[in-house]
Design a protein around this ligand. Structure first.
Ligand code: NDP
Length: 234
């Protein structure tokens, strides 16, 4: 069945691959962007997830074009890595605002239509570091761990209404976010990955797509690692 899907942060990396994957299976996909462009065959919607008004408008634009949002993927994320004593309050709060508050806003605005239609699939893109932690990522890891608590709370809230809420936790994935690391930093990270390589964005997208299928309705509150064994299932 063709669903109305909205990918928040659908212009680059994992989000772009997810928008393509959902469009390929026949969904009507709206993808948000601040910079660049969105994949062909998707509806581009400008949205800064730190703005509640932007998120509300993005959900409305997607619904006006494709019908009420049935599949919501919240992928937008940023890093501002610093060791604790160099990390400012601004570094901490800006990261939480994008990665966690943004997901709260997106879920809140998209869920209304899902409740009315008694069907919904929500996926938050977290990270392997949510549960393992990482030096220099106090802000990022806290935001990504927050997504798990939020997903599980919403999974309980919406459980009886045909809406599932899950988390995908990527490990080291070949996108702009990792490209900014030095070769030495990348090799150090890969040394902790049993599979011995980075994930391709499409491999993370495939896990997200799986959780949004009609017949994945009995999976909710899950935290699905796509990390080459880096977190060993936690
Ligand atoms: P990229 O840096 O390639 O993409 C980040 C995405 O987030 C872009 O679409 C970007 O849009 C969007 N975004 C950032 N800030 C905002 C904002 N304020 N409002 C709207 N959109 C925003 O990273 P990845 O594809 O690697 O990351 C995707 C997700 O996966 C993130 O949540 C990240 O934390 C997570 N992740 C990535 C890992 C990796 O190794 N790559 C590992 C674990 C988790 P724009 O271009 O407009 O800035």
């Amino acid at each position: 069945m063709s669903r109305s899907a909205l990918v928040i942060g659908g212009n680059r990396g994992i989000g772009r691959a997810t928008a393509v994957c959902l469009a390929d299976r026949g969904d009507r996909v709206a993808a948000t962007y601040r910079t660049g462009d969105c994949p062909e065959g998707t509806l581009p919607v400008r949205c800064d997830v730190t703005s509640g008004a932007d998120v509300e408008r993005a959900v409305k634009e997607a619904a006006a074009a494709h019908g009420p949002v049935e599949v919501l993927v919240v992928n937008a994320g940023v890093t501002r890595d610093r060791l604790l004593f160099s990390m400012t309050e601004e570094d901490f709060e800006a990261t939480l605002r994008t990665n966690l508050t943004g997901a709260f806003l997106a879920a809140k605005h998209a869920a209304r239509g899902m409740i009315r239609n008694r069907f919904g699939r929500i996926v938050f893109v977290s990270s392997v570091v949510a549960l393992s932690g990482e030096a220099g990522q106090t802000n990022y890891a806290a935001s990504k761990a927050g997504l798990i608590g939020m997903a599980r709370s919403l999974a309980r809230e919406f459980g009886g209404r045909g809406i599932t809420v899950n988390v995908v936790a990527p490990g080291v994935t070949d996108t702009d976010m990792v490209a900014v690391l030095t070769e030495e930093q990348q090799q150090k990270l890969l040394g902790r990955v049993p599979v011995g390589r980075m994930a391709q964005p499409g491999e993370v997208a495939a896990a997200i797509e799986f959780l949004t299928r009609d017949d994945s309705g009995y999976i909710t509150g899950a935290d699905l690692p796509v990390d080459g064994g880096m977190g060993m299932g936690h």
